[in-house]
Design a protein around this ligand. Structure first.
Ligand code: FAD
Length: 516
């Protein structure tokens, strides 16, 4: 009897362990998900669109795509995957506007949640002393802008391109030329609604569930899905004066940039870019920028040198034109650009903020938008920006015909170190963005050579001890992620355990692996 009892328990154990290690097949996935009671719907066929992104290099097919119609749809789906536990390899990726570069919003074999399908109660503007807007995580910034402008208001901090979702940019940081003053977009959020990796719906803010709030901001989608965000607003200007000037000396260029971002009375937007070895650059510039003095502008060529363009704007309303012009004159008189290279233009606020969309339409018409984009975005500490420039511009990189290279300084004091984003540990640091395109038609622009240049730049940063941090980081090994986060890895990993213990969320970031 005793031997039989032992055998029976052994058999039970085998059955039990085989059940928990048995993985769910594709057909099991669709049958289990289709039993869920949802307002939105799943699709299990023709999911190739969910395996694409702007980078156009990674295509990882999911098993199912959810078009949610409510927060409860998102919560029910995640709870279901969570409860399947180790029996299933299913992961879940929130997908915004799919403008990631290396498959970060994809879920190989998992569930993709198309956030743009869920609009919630719509875009709700609150006027008053501290105006704000409540908006669904899958809303595009361009729609947010158009709605808030109806109230004479607008968000304070932007990205250069507005056809990105609120949840997508808040999962990174959201940086543009206003960030020196207002901080990145993640510094301008009052409250979030989150569905965690356990399927719980939580409201969070600096006063309520603060750890989750800060964790999600810049958290690369690891701790929860942003279903709603409350974003700070300010009075919106009607017009923008848009100014560009050129430098041939990197030191003078960066000193002027730093002087401008430190000043109290300064421009409203400050960026810059690098032009290497291109002649007749102004013909290319004018694709989205029309200087008032085209005759003077067209006389200027770069003669094959490396030039640095400082780009600034000042907001104004039509009745403030005179005072705005005086202020600009004052500010420009302090700068040391090449005198014949002052180009100015006046556009509406929307035209300025939505400027990259104009280029997008032109590139789309030529079939040059949906090409591979081997972009590399780096944050470089101020103390090393000259070493970096010496090593990279005109040296590793001998021309900039593959795409723009942005370079502008940011103030660390405008970033909140409780968020998950990682930045260099210096008061001023630079965003340097290599925004390359690799159309297959152009022999010298092959993807491989662009990726090789990126690898060389990263290698140079390591060898020269630049103290660089990647923005929109891409690593595939845990040790590289640990290095990226440095002393903050412990907090990041603990937050993962707290809010997404099975590592279900955002598998495309390749930071944590679901344990099965
Ligand atoms: P997706 O690519 O769909 O998702 C990005 C990541 O966020 C994924 O891991 C995804 O799972 C996660 N995610 C998406 N939605 C949510 C959600 N609701 N909740 C939680 N996680 C979510 N960035 C800047 O900072 N400044 C710029 O000026 C700038 N300009 C850009 C211009 C272009 C043309 C492009 C293509 C990108 C630019 N970016 C810029 C980068 C951009 O901010 C990021 O790629 C951003 O993630 C894109 O948003 P998305 O809606 O397409 O997100």
């Amino acid at each position: 009897f005793r031997t039989n009892t032992i055998r029976f328990f052994k058999l039970l154990m085998i059955l039990f362990t085989s059940r928990i290690t048995m993985h769910t097949s594709d057909s099991d996935v669709s049958s289990s998900l289709s039993t869920l009671s949802l307002e939105g719907q799943f699709s299990f066929h023709d999911m190739s669109h969910a395996a694409k992104d702007f980078g156009n290099r990674f295509q990882l097919l999911p098993s199912a795509v959810l078009q949610p119609k409510s927060v409860s749809d998102i919560s029910t789906t995640i709870k279901h995957v969570y409860q399947m536990g180790a029996r299933s390899q299913l992961t879940v990726a929130a997908q915004g506007h799919r403008h990631s570069l290396q498959g970060q919003a994809q879920a190989p074999g998992g569930v993709v949640i198309q956030m743009e399908s869920f609009k919630g109660p719509g875009i709700q503007v609150q006027q008053g002393k501290l105006p704000y807007v409540d908006v669904a995580g899958g809303e595009l910034w361009i729609n947010l802008l158009k709605e808030t402008l109806k109230y004479g208001l607008a968000p304070k901090s932007w990205t250069d391109y507005l056809h990105l979702t609120v949840g997508g940019t808040l999962s990174n940081a959201g940086i543009s030329g206003q960030a020196f003053r207002h901080g990145p977009q993640i510094s301008n959020v009052y409250q979030l609604e989150i569905v965690t990796g356990k399927g719980e719906v939580m409201t969070c803010s600096p006063a309520e569930n603060a750890d989750l709030f800060y964790g999600v901001l810049g958290g690369l989608g690891q701790f929860g899905i942003i279903t709603r965000a409350r974003i700070a607003l300010e009075p919106a200007p009607k017009m923008v004066k848009w100014v560009r000037v050129l430098y041939s000396n990197f030191t003078t260029f960066t000193q002027d940039q730093e002087m401008l971002i430190a000043a109290e009375n300064t421009f409203d937007y400050i960026e810059g870019f690098v032009v290497i070895n291109r002649t007749g650059i102004l013909n290319n510039w004018r694709s989205s920028f029309s200087p008032q003095d085209p005759v003077q502008a067209s006389h200027f060529t770069s003669d094959g040198k490396t030039l640095f363009c400082l780009e600034m704007t000042m907001n104004f309303n039509p009745d403030e034109t005179e005072i705005m012009n005086k202020e600009i004159y004052m500010l420009l008189s302090k700068l040391r650009y090449i005198p014949s290279t002052l180009f100015q233009s006046e556009v509406t606020y929307v035209e300025f903020l939505d400027r990259v969309h104009v280029s997008e339409l032109k590139l789309r018409a030529k079939g040059l938008w949906e090409v591979p984009h081997p972009w590399l975005n780096l944050l470089i500490p101020r103390s090393k920006i000259h070493n970096f420039a010496d090593g990279v511009f005109g040296n590793i990189l001998r021309d900039s015909s593959n795409g723009p290279i942005l370079l502008y300084p940011l103030n660390k004091s405008k970033w909140d170190n409780r968020t998950s984003v990682v930045i260099p540990d210096e008061e001023v640091f630079y965003l340097v963005a290599f925004l390359s395109s690799a159309p297959s038609s152009a022999n010298h622009d092959t993807l491989e050579s662009a990726l090789k240049l990126n690898a060389d730049i990263l290698d140079f940063c390591k060898q020269a001890d630049i103290g660089m941090k990647q923005y929109l980081p891409y690593y595939t090994k845990e040790e590289d992620w640990r290095t990226h986060f440095g002393s903050r890895w412990k907090v990041f990993a603990q937050r993962k355990l707290d809010y997404d213990p099975l590592a279900i969320l955002a598998p495309g970031q390749r930071i944590f692996r679901k344990t099965t």
